[in-house]
Design a protein around this ligand. Sequence first.
Ligand SMILES: [Zn+2]
Length: 252
Amino acid sequence: MEIIETNLQFNSNKTIRDLNTIKRIILHHSGVTVLQTVETIHNYHKNSRGYAGIGYHFYVRKDGKVYRGRALEWVGAHAYGSNTDSIGICTEGDFNSETMSEIQKNAIKELVTYLKGIYNISIVQGHKEVCNTSCPGANFPLGEIVNATIAKNETVQTTRSIVDLANETIQGKYGDGEARKQALGSLYNEVQAKVNEILLGKKTTVAKKSNEQIANEVIEGKWGNNPSRKEKLQNAGYDYNAIQKIVNQKLR
Ligand SMILES: [Zn+2]
């Protein structure tokens, strides 16, 4: 799937969170029949509501295109009392008066499935389940979206830090030998190096990651959004353009 990166400018009025705190997805509609770009919603939330910028993490338009809103590392502003542990997805339209097109419905299903797989999320809710509102609308196909998106089995939550994984490895959580290799997957070498470092008290050199690995991390949200993503990658010594190219190919 493709997430269209945006270049929205946020102010400092936002709260950073650990991606491990994400437990659920909350679905919304824009509540108006008129078409709105992600920038329109961003500007409205920023200038009229006093938020740091768009309150949602993703915006799914009627044409099925998915836009990034605020970074997943920032607590959203979309469901009062339920923001800290959730991802907010807004869908364009007023689903109290309209019905959703297949293309938009499929885009939401794909996005929800993708996020559930990455963040090990099992709870998907409509805004009205957590707040006194009719959002995302009586015609919103909530049940269909929730049921269509069964999470994939995950061996390791890759959003955990290497140090956490190393400590868990030492505690025996991932077993030994082949079992450990399987459980840690692509993170095995890095985690094992950290385990050795902790156990032996000496540093083992960790090879620089491949562009492919970094591209996966970008997709998982570890490197944030542009323009800061570009800066972070370059500061870490990576080739931003090469990595972004891989990201775009993967999300096709
Ligand atoms: Zn809502």
